[in-house]
Design a protein around this ligand. Structure first.
Ligand code: KIV
Ligand code: ZN
Length: 541
């Protein structure tokens, strides 16, 4: 079975938000959040979803397996290093997918072979053969990546690729792992590989470019022009270090400049904005205002001359229509007197189907917001629904019950909080902090007896205006060496650092901060407990 598209100009979109993207510092998505993103990626029309790295932890495994079982349409891919245990685990996770793919990788650069693998070129060739053969015996669709390809010797990379093709690899991905290549160099490298390995013409060649020098999108395009027909990329460009090539930029580049480039994708461009917002919200990684395609200023005109021009004819200063990326959702607004049916309809227009108790809760939240804001926009609605869905998740059983805070510039702010704990009791704590938010966070630590440390704190307005909803993102860390001695929280005794990230939305930012902190703390405790269980399982004979 050939996986090469019939249309020679069709470029496959391989989304790695849930794998490479999830490797960004501070991001820790739970299985439900990963599934939500995967379902949205399917709506966006990506061809392949790299759902995760199943061997990394039981949590990663479960998330990949759930996505494989529940998401229809795209190929569901799992990553595996070039060894038997990784490949078996990857297959176990994706075998129920409609269209499963195993992606195995192995470094080919001498820097990696000597220092990271502490191995030899001969061993690398042997491992490449064995791992692709093993993957192929399990799964028809196998992708192979020579990691750090762009810093590898072309002749050696070609030798390894020949082996991968002999063993049945159907996609060959050429990673610019450290984001070092320039577009002309990347294209030349691919051209040389095509010359050295003619068999590459019979499979899909893929790009995987990191953005360390800000060239990921340019390099991916150069790769496509050199013959690649799959692009690996991530929503909002998230990923290791400076990130991956940005999915939305590549889609709109190929779409908007089809006149010159001639390539097509299967993307439903109107789903772009929503996908970007969802990923931003769930990862806690905000999108810079001037980010191409999805930044809040990407379609805004500040100068009078530009505004005037656009009013006369949009094309004077706009090369894309905001509606083509789904940014017109803001025309959906509800007023104070809107009822439950109108709310349900507006949510459906945004792509959220909720009913029963979820709709009841969403309606209660909507009324709270509508009491304070004249108009509730699509962004507000989306923020409150995603917040409601987050509240449904366990956060290891911790939830904010209430808080009080007294703040003035005359004396240290004082906070009192009550938190519901996993055993369903309500514990209280107090603290005098440096500021009201600090006082609340420390009061939460005191109530739960968990000495979480704040690593990141960000406040964003969901929409503009004085009455905007506040969205707070928090990252906490548990398990510094000192904590290991102090803690009696199960799983936190290991001394291993774990982070927990969470967001919350509320009309009042101090309230949102308190909810987000308890959620982040609960997520971190959940991760620490999972790590402790994994460690115990690893010791079980
Ligand atoms: O950057 C990289 O080389 C990777 C591989 C696993 C494809 O992410
Ligand atoms: Zn990568």
């Amino acid at each position: 079975m050939s996986l090469v598209p019939e249309d020679p100009n069709r470029v496959l979109l391989f989304d790695t938000t849930l794998r490479d993207g999830e490797q960004s510092p501070g991001i820790s998505l739970n299985a439900a959040e990963k599934l939500e993103i995967a379902q949205q990626l399917a709506r966006l029309g990506v061809d392949i979803i790299e759902a995760g790295f199943p061997i990394a932890s039981p949590g990663d495994f479960e998330a990949v397996r759930t996505i494989a079982r529940e998401v229809q349409g795209p190929v569901i891919c799992a990553l595996a290093r070039a060894n038997a245990a990784d490949i078996d685990r990857a297959w176990e996770a994706i075998q129920d997918a409609e269209r499963p793919r195993i992606h195995t990788f192995l470094s080919t650069s001498d820097i990696h072979i000597q220092h990271q693998l502490q191995s030899t070129r001969e061993d690398v060739k042997g491992l490449a053969r064995a791992s692709v053969a093993q993957a192929k015996a399990l799964c028809e669709d196998v992708e192979f990546s020579p990691m750090d390809a762009t810093r590898s010797e072309p002749a050696f990379t070609a030798e390894v690729l020949r082996i991968a093709l002999e063993e049945g690899a159907t996609t060959i991905n050429i990673p610019d792992t450290v984001g070092y290549a320039t577009p002309d160099e990347y294209a030349e490298f691919l051209t040389e590989l095509y010359e050295l390995v003619p068999g590459l013409r019979d499979v899909v060649v893929s790009t995987h470019c990191h953005d360390d020098l800000g060239l990921a999108v340019a390099n991916s395009l150069a790769g496509v022009r050199a013959g690649a027909r799959q692009i690996e990329c991530a929503v909002n460009g998230i990923g290791e270090r400076a990130g991956n090539a940005s999915l939305e930029e590549l889609i709109m580049l190929l779409h908007t400049r089809r006149d010159r480039l001639g390539y097509t994708t299967g993307a439903v461009t109107t789903e772009i904005a929503r996908t970007s917002r969802l990923v931003s919200r769930l990862t806690g990684y905000s999108v810079q205002p001037n980010k191409a395609i999805v930044g809040k200023n990407a379609f805004a005109h500040e100068s009078g001359i530009h505004q005037d021009g656009v009013l006369k004819a949009r094309e004077t200063y706009e090369i894309m229509d905001a509606r083509s990326v789904g940014l017109d959702a803001n025309s959906i607004v509800l007023g104070k007197h809107s009822g439950r049916a109108a709310l349900r309809q507006a949510l459906e227009d945004l792509g959220y189907k909720i009913d029963g108790s979820q709709l009841k809760l969403a309606f209660e939240r909507f009324k709270e917001i509508a009491d304070r804001k004249k108009q509730v926009t699509a962004m507000d609605l989306e923020a409150l629904v995603t917040d409601e869905l987050r509240a449904d998740e366990s956060q290891a059983g911790y939830a904010l019950e209430w808080f009080e805070v007294e703040a003035s510039n005359q004396r240290p702010p004082f906070a009192k909080v009550a938190v519901r704990t996993p055993d369903d009791s309500v514990v209280e704590g107090t603290f005098n902090g440096d500021g009201p938010v600090d006082a609340i966070f420390r009061a939460i630590n005191s109530a739960t007896k968990i000495d979480a440390r704040l690593r990141e704190f960000r406040v964003d307005a969901v929409t503009g205006g004085q009455d905007a909803l506040g969205e707070v993102s928090v990252v906490v860390e548990l398990g510094s060496p000192e904590d290991a001695v102090k803690h009696d929280t199960p799983g936190v005794l290991s001394g291993k650092r774990v982070t927990g990230a969470a967001q919350a939305v509320a009309p009042d930012i101090i309230h949102a901060a308190a909810i987000a902190y308890v959620r982040a703390l609960g997520n971190a405790v959940g991760k620490a407990q999972a790590a402790a269980t994994d460690a115990e399982l690893a010791q079980t004979p």
